[in-house]
Design a protein around this ligand. Structure first.
Ligand code: ZN
Length: 87
């Protein structure tokens, strides 16, 4: 049983922070590291769901929705490796 409420709450917090440009001064590598750390902490310590945390935000942070790898394709929420496995 996943912590769906916690996952969606975190998604909303990330969205609010982004809307207020809290990440605007960070370079992309640092931002990706922050997002990965948040997701891993939420999964490991609070039983949150990665997909729910990253829903609608993974692409703007250039992360793969599924594996958290770098993903520079703005048209796809999955990295090329996961896209091949998914299709
Ligand atoms: Zn991936």
């Amino acid at each position: 049983m996943s912590n769906h409420a916690g996952s969606y709450m975190l998604n909303e917090v990330i969205t609010i922070l982004d809307r207020h440009q809290a990440f605007a001064g960070m370079d992309e590598t640092a931002l990706r590291a922050v997002m990965r750390e948040i997701v891993e902490m939420a999964k490991n310590e609070y039983d949150c769901n990665q997909g729910e945390i990253l829903e609608g935000v993974a692409q703007q942070f250039h992360l793969c929705y599924y594996c958290l790898a770098d993903n520079d394709n703005p048209a796809d929420e999955l990295c090329p490796t996961c896209r091949v496995d998914w299709d």
